[in-house]
Design a protein around this ligand. Structure first.
Ligand code: BES
Ligand code: ZN
Ligand code: ZN
Length: 462
């Protein structure tokens, strides 16, 4: 938890953010001041000394807040597991970024370890000594909480996180003011004729769910809602078009990263009491062969009546998203954004350092998202979205096919989705950054919760 205090408790661990001069705090020894002077004269970005068990860190001010967040992670790694509190002496965005890096780096997913308690970091307080607005700190804490929720969801295996369980987890948000969660069960989804979601679910024993989260404060700035849609494939085996065994399935529990992102985003927005009317839609199922699984060649009638020829059951994300996007039309949104671990092509094009963004919303909207991406360091790379790409989706037997050509798969997937949305639309393909197989600074290993900080920054500035 990030908090504020007026005074430093002597012997506590502390990080000083230092510009041209060293501003000491009461209770700090002269040895530290000596060291600080040396540090200012040096080229180092960060340094530390240890006085007994006490850590004193020095961090140079930096305009690039990402550098500071990463230092936050390095500090957390240096601290012993048993450290319970660290103080930060410093002003403005640098101190907040350092606190954020420390907080995000403090995440662990230990649920399945027998000796979890032994492994757990004890850091509970990140205490800012300078003054900040209460809202700056509470927003940082709330957003971090939502990121952790999102990471937990992505890290949970299918053996726990089925579609009904994902909906249940989202229902726990219900306690937050002005936030309401509704879950459609299989019978309701059948009654609504959400053909895409039902088709993907045919091979499964667990029923699909469709979860609606609405956040509506008293006087929202927007008359028409912003709708967020997240791909909730709780596991993607590929279905009958089974993924090849060698490693390609290992991380497919993360195929609900879009759902975790959008549910986490609205959770944070509600806790942060943003003045916006937002609705999140989460279609969820696993995708596997078995039972009456859908097969290549099938023609599926979607929620909006569009027929789709299935040519690869592994292109399942677009099948369930299409129904949710078509459902959004009934909410008359001013903007629709989806997030999905949608294509290997997105990873092939730009790797795991960024997500692909594309859409038909105003360039101003896309630019605002891209700017948020830089601000929080969840970067976005814009792809073209020309109509030519949609030509590959023509079918000889149905209105569309669910498979494009050999190239630019992330764009043809985006064009497929666009077909179902009537409002200005943005598509985020987060297949790359949603899940990391090796640790990357404060983002950690496994589920990153990517998109939650990005979209909250975007919504705060909306
Ligand atoms: N969930 C996958 C995409 C994915 C790949 C996410 C790698 C994360 C890492 C998606 O459902 C999928 O299988 N897409 C296919 C689409 C193809 C069959 C058109 C792909 O990208 O290969
Ligand atoms: Zn797939
Ligand atoms: Zn998938």
């Amino acid at each position: 938890m990030i908090k504020q205090a007026k005074s430093y408790s002597k012997d506590g661990h502390i990080a000083f953010i230092i510009g041209k001069e060293f501003n000491t705090v009461k209770g700090i020894s002269t040895a530290v001041e000596e060291q600080a002077k040396k540090f200012i004269a040096s080229d180092e970005k960060t340094d530390y000394i240890k006085l007994g068990d006490q850590f004193i860190f020095f961090v140079k001010e930096n305009e690039d807040l990402e550098k500071i967040r990463v230092v936050g992670h390095e500090i957390r790694k240096k601290l012993t597991k048993s450290a319970e509190e660290i103080f930060i002496s410093g002003n403005g965005n640098n101190a907040l970024a350092l606190a954020e890096g420390l907080a995000l780096s403090n995440y662990q997913f230990l649920k399945y370890f027998k000796d979890a308690d032994k492994k757990r970091y004890q850091l509970k307080s990140i205490t800012l000594l300078n003054s900040f607005e209460a809202q700056e700190i509470s927003r940082l804490n709330n957003t971090t909480k939502a990121v952790f929720w999102s990471r937990n969801m992505v890290n949970e295996p299918l053996s726990y996180l089925t579609a009904p369980q994902l909906s249940k987890e989202i229902q726990s948000f219900d306690k937050v003011d002005n936030l309401k969660v509704t879950v459609f069960d299989k019978a309701k989804i059948e009654a609504l004729k959400m053909g895409g979601l039902l088709a993907v679910n045919l091979g499964s024993i667990d029923p699909p769910t469709f979860t609606i989260v609405e956040y509506k404060p008293k006087n929202p700035k927007n008359k028409k809602p912003i709708v967020l849609v997240g791909k909730g494939v709780v596991y993607d085996t590929g279905g009958m078009s089974l993924k090849p065994t060698a490693n390609s399935m290992d991380m497919m529990k993360s195929d609900m990263g879009g759902a975790a992102c959008m549910a986490g985003t609205i959770y944070a927005a509600a806790m942060n009491k943003l003045d916006l009317h937002i609705i999140a839609l989460i279609p969820a199922t696993d995708n596997r062969p078995g039972g009456n699984a859908y097969v290549p060649g099938d023609v599926i009638k979607m929620y909006d009546g569009t027929t789709v020829e299935v040519l690869n059951t592994d292109a399942e994300g677009r099948m369930i998203l299409a129904d949710a996007l078509a459902y959004s039309n009934e909410l008359d949104p001013e903007l629709v954004i989806d997030a999905a671990t949608l294509t290997g092509a997105a990873v092939g094009a730009i790797g795991q350092k960024a997500a692909c963004v594309m859409g038909n919303a105003k360039q101003e909207t896309l630019d605002a998202l891209i700017k948020s991406g830089f601000d929080v360091h969840e970067r976005l790379a814009q792809m073209p979205f020309w109509d030519d790409y949609a030509e590959e989706l023509k079918s000889s037997i149905a209105d569309l096919k669910n498979l494009g050509g050999k190239y630019a798969g992330m764009i043809t997937a985006g064009k497929f989705l666009e077909h179902f949305v009537k409002s200005p639309y943005v598509h985020l393909d987060i297949a790359g950054p949603a899940f990391l197989s090796s640790e990357e600074n404060y983002k950690g290993k496994g589920g990153t919760g990517v998109g939650v900080r990005l979209l909250n920054n975007f919504l705060e500035n909306y």
